[in-house]
Design a protein around this ligand. Structure first.
Ligand SMILES: [Zn+2]
Length: 339
């Protein structure tokens, strides 16, 4: 706790004469409630911070489509009960938390390396959201010096003892609460290092409340729609991520997320024999039909996508076309549909 003297007022100006020193107890910083300790090598304690390496942005499908088309996460004005809602600051939200019981923000997750976000940026404490469960702490990252902005307080992760700390280039965060990092401005997808399809929370949605359609959506299903959107619209904003083989399947040229999404497409549009029976078999025709169907499916037009698919002759033609479209899109050879 810091104790600082209050300057005595000048009696000559008619102010009360306060000749004795008056001590004022400075308010304890709000962030101390969320403080962490830097872990020691030899022992670990309950207040230790967790290493902070990756931060995430989670959205629903319509926002994911816009991000994939724009090639970036667009910063937006703050509309919730934040102190910053009266400012004109546009931010992009990131968090280090992952969601064991499903995310309340959606089911498409973009990952970014933390060091890229924090590098050369000023850090400001914004607020604690005590009504949240668990409580959330909010820290603003910006290229600007905002020390004169009344809503925020400068926070130095190297010396201030709150929920975000840095020592010798290693970063730590308090994982017992919800971390909310508000990055001023847009974040380019070139910096994205992961695209994952995750479970939505079973009953809570921060965006659509009880009307959310994704409480029971499987990762395969949401992955199918995202992959269909990328393939059907010839979008390449995530190629650098999806062309990285997953560590657990290094023999495959494309990431596990591609496998998950393609499996979702196959289950939603292919497989059932009675969906087929049209005349289309040739390579060029089947690829054109597949791209059209994927574009529709990526927009949630399931019935229209199935109508197009029914022009194909058989499930076998469908699977060949799907594999060809994926290989062409990512400019790889010999990628095959997942087992
Ligand atoms: Zn939702």
């Amino acid at each position: 706790m810091r104790i600082s003297p209050r300057p005595a007022r000048d009696p000559a100006r008619g102010q009360p004469d306060i000749s004795r020193k008056v001590l004022r107890v400075a308010s304890v910083s709000e962030w101390t409630t969320y403080r962490i300790k830097i872990p020691k090598r030899s022992t670990s304690g309950p207040d230790d911070g967790q290493p902070l390496e990756t931060v995430y942005h989670v959205v629903h499908l319509p926002t994911a489509r816009r991000i994939l088309e724009d090639g970036c996460l667009r910063g937006g004005l703050i509309y919730d009960e934040s102190k910053l809602r009266k400012s004109r600051i546009c931010v992009t939200w990131l968090s280090a938390n992952t969601w064991g019981r499903g995310s309340i923000y959606g089911n498409v997750q973009f990952a970014f390396p933390w060091t890229k976000q924090i590098r050369r940026r000023h850090c400001y404490w914004v607020e604690a959201m005590k009504a949240y469960s668990p409580q959330a702490y909010r820290i603003l990252l910006t290229d600007r010096n905002l020390s004169k902005l009344e809503y925020v307080k400068e926070y130095d992760p190297a010396s201030d003892k709150g929920p975000l700390r840095e020592r010798s280039g290693t970063w730590y965060w308090n994982h017992r609460y919800t971390s909310e990092f508000m990055v001023e401005g847009d974040i380019d997808l070139d910096h994205c290092t992961g695209l994952d399809f995750i479970g939505h929370h079973g009953s809570i949605c921060r965006l659509d409340g009880k009307f959310c359609a994704d409480f029971n959506t499987t990762t395969r299903s949401i992955g199918g729609k995202v992959m269909a959107f990328l393939l059907g619209h010839d979008l390449h904003t995530m190629d650098h991520v999806l062309k990285e083989p997953a560590s657990f399947s290094p023999d495959r040229a494309l990431s596990n997320s591609v496998d998950v999404g393609i499996d979702g497409i196959r289950r939603a549009l292919g497989r059932k024999k009675d969906r087929f029976g049209g005349t289309i078999k040739s390579k060029s025709s089947r690829k054109a039909v597949m791209r059209g169907a994927l574009a529709l499916y990526g927009y949630g037009e399931v019935a229209a996508a199935r109508e197009l698919i029914s022009l194909m002759n058989s499930p076998d033609v469908f699977e060949k076309a799907l594999s060809e479209v994926v290989n062409e899109h990512f400019e790889v050879k010999d990628w095959t549909l997942p087992d």
